[in-house]
Design a binder for this molecule. Sequence first.
Ligand code: NAD
Ligand code: 6OD
Length: 486
Amino acid sequence: MKEFKHFINGEYVASASGKTFENRCPVDNSLIGPVHEAGEAEVDAAVRAAKAALKGPWGKLTQAQRTELLNKVADRINERFDEFLEAECLDTGKPRSIASHIDIPRGAANFKAFSETLANHPTEGFRMDTPDGKGALNVGHRTPKGVIAVISPWNLPLLLMTFKVGPALACGNTVVVKPSEETPATTTLLGEVMNECGVPAGVFNVVHGFGPNSAGEFLTTHKDVAAITFTGETRTGEAIMRAASVGLRNISMECGGKNPGLVFADCDIEKAVEGTMRSAFVNCGQVCLGTERVYVERPIFEKFLSRMKEEVAKLKLGRPEDKDANFGPLVSLEHREKVKYYYDLAREEGATVEIGGGIPDMGAELNDGAWIEPTIWTGLSDDARVIREEIFGPCCHIRPFDTEEEVIELANDTDYGLACAIWTENSARAVRVAEQMEVGLAWVNSWFLRDLRTSFGGAKQSGIGREGGVHGLEFYTETKNICIKL
Ligand code: NAD
Ligand code: 6OD
């Protein structure tokens, strides 16, 4: 049995209160081990360690030295790849085939990509005229913001946490991470890697626990936290924004989505089916960028629907280690309750269940796990709750459309604005439609194809701000203009 402690000032520590909660594997609901729940004392110790580390050896490193150290961290994650893989799959139940292609390699890459991108980014400089004719030079200078609180979700635990920790450290900040209570393992393991690579104590800290009245709230309300970067549900984001308003702390918010797929009759239908299958069902549909609303141009609607149903029927549910399994359970029984609620609601709202819609019989060994059937609906009205609310499960609704104007209107008719996927072989249409989508990320003939130098984030209720590439610089650094009179 494993035990998950906090990682504070370079050491693993238990909660003084002795309070723990259970970490269970969603494959069969077996106990992985107890997780220590941080009280205000542990959170305060972590923030103090992070604040002190800013003035220690970490604060004196050059950008090049930081880059070298973070490259080492990336290499060490890759050297310990199998341990990270095992930990991530136990916590989430996801197939190893997925975690070994997405979660762990990207978890490592996030340390390399950001430090290298930021190291090569110039600062601004302006020479200005002055009345005495001698002029002045303006030079932009960036300094770390300070202690950054990182609040991360459970769907891609290592990837989404390092997507924030990587740039935060590359910019010279220190961090206190509060991983999701569902998935404490890989963040905890990263503490060992930090020590092995010689990252000074206090630079990377981890506290475990829940949100309200627990580690999440204690961290986001701590007065010495300079800024908060959050990934999770929009409603949680609102609570964190309220916490951040005290003391005017900066925030970066990556929140929910209800992303559309737009499938035009001039698409390559097999490409569109393959991409939509991934975007709706990979990671058991638990990807913020995933497609839950699919709009298909009427001439190919029936063919597309029947091909999707054929492909869903082929999905292989199984344990992470099953070589041919490509579909795992949801992250927890609690989350399954939420997804199942929407499956039932879809029927009440008049959906035709084209495939799935229930809880599969996985056999005695797995029936206690958080398994759910991949599901496709048709026939819902545009104002159904199932069409408007984020479900975050392996399901999508497929609806026909007749014109480009109509589908743009339908796709944008949502409170969210994270991502979309457009399927067409007409490049003029692709650009025209992409430019009109109210989202932070528009894919054409692809999905989740990521160049880490690009911006990442959402419009409307999907978030505030952009991270990725150099776009996080405004958030992770304080810019100062130095004006030198000549
Ligand atoms: P969540 O909002 O329930 O939890 C996220 C994190 O916030 C967890 O660590 C949780 O403990 C913490 N938290 C909860 N309440 C808090 C509070 N009051 N104060 C401080 N911390 C608090 O989200 P989740 O269920 O873990 O993840 C799923 C959601 O995340 C979905 O809505 C999904 O769309 C979204 N998501 C968005 C992105 C993105 O990049 N936009 C990426 C992944 C997931
Ligand atoms: O690829 C990324 O950088 C990223 N942040 C992906 C987010 C996926 C959401 O579930």
